[in-house]
Design a protein around this ligand. Structure first.
Ligand code: BDR
Ligand code: CA
Length: 309
């Protein structure tokens, strides 16, 4: 199994991303790190602990990282995720303690002690990964790759053209892109195919374990806010698609292309520029997700949840 660190800002879809990673046999989750994003850091950290507690996972360390972006003020997304970041279900008191290391130190310890290169899956603003790569470039050969949910080849969801995770910390994304690490972007153009249809929600509920029961209220809240804000009848479950890139690579189609992010635009701050037609004549620097086998993807999510408590 591929050793991975999940860096997240839970968030409804981050929670399912954690469950997919924890329940999929192709991945070995060595650590969970948190970042301020959907809601402030104390809440995303609490919610990560809740996600593992619900799933009955007690042996994966969780550490808190950056409270906000490298140079900007934190923008949050309570309008989708609720005031506590996990609107809907009643949250259990977490049994998983918080590790006393910083997210960066936990990542360093995991990467240095692993016998093979470690992958990082980031499902929030990419601040923690940027800090790691900026401060420890010598670790690069020991990092297999970074897969990130964020950006879009099309329109945005936080401003007309910017996706939320990219908008929150585009300077961090620039650092990661310039680092030379193998980088895959899983943007809205693909995550909008991972729709929580009534049929998918029924299949998740039918699993019947603790995690499945918890997810019922979780999914309902997330679908309701997505309908209210974006008029989408079935909520797009973004973050688990980034996990699928490593857990079930046959489900996600990637292209190697040029990726840049706007940091200065008047109306386009945080917009990802994906040069699909090679118009810039620049070397490809990233893989970008372009297609999803949604049926196969949901089969993996459901199979993973079924392995948990
Ligand atoms: C991304 O923003 C967050 O609200 C979600 O958790 C996801 O990571 C989607 O734009
Ligand atoms: Ca997220």
């Amino acid at each position: 199994a591929i050793p991975v660190v999940i860096d997240c800002d839970p968030g409804h879809d981050d929670v399912v991303a954690l469950w997919l990673a924890l329940g999929n046999p192709a991945l070995d989750v060595r650590a969970v790190t948190t970042v301020g994003g959907n809601v402030p850091l104390p809440l995303t950290t609490m919610n990560a602990r809740v996600a593992l507690t619900v799933a009955g996972v007690n042996d994966v360390p969780i550490a808190a990282g950056a409270a906000g972006p490298l140079v900007r003020e934190l923008e949050t997304a309570e309008f989708i995720h609720g005031e506590n970041g996990l609107g809907g279900p009643e949250l259990p008191t977490p049994t998983m303690p918080l590790d006393d290391r910083t997210a960066q130190q936990l990542m360093i310890d995991v990467i240095e002690s692993a016998t093979e290169p470690v992958a990082i899956i980031a499902t929030g603003p990419i601040t923690n990964v940027a800090i790691l790569l900026r401060d420890r470039p010598q670790l690069l050969p020991r990092i297999r790759e970074v897969v990130w949910m964020g950006g879009s080849t099309e329109r945005g969801n936080a401003t007309p053209y910017a996706e939320f995770n990219a908008l929150v910390d585009p300077e961090a994304l620039t650092i990661v892109l310039d680092s030379g690490v193998r980088f895959t972007m899983v943007g809205l153009n693909v995550t909008h195919q991972a729709l929580l249809t009534a049929e998918v929600r029924e299949r998740i509920i039918a699993i019947g374990n603790n995690t499945s029961r918890f997810s019922d209220d979780l999914m309902r809240f997330f679908c309701d806010t997505n309908e209210e804000i974006y008029g989408m009848l079935d909520g797009p479950l973004h973050d688990p698609v980034a996990v699928a890139v490593l857990a079930a690579p046959e489900t996600v189609e990637l292209v190697h292309t040029r990726l840049d992010v706007e940091t200065t635009g008047t109306h386009t701050s945080g917009v990802t520029s994906v040069d699909l037609h090679g118009m810039l004549g620049r070397e490809p620097n990233a893989y970008v997700a372009m297609g999803l086998d949604a049926d196969a993807f949901w089969n993996h999510v459901i199979a993973a949840i079924a392995t948990l408590d």
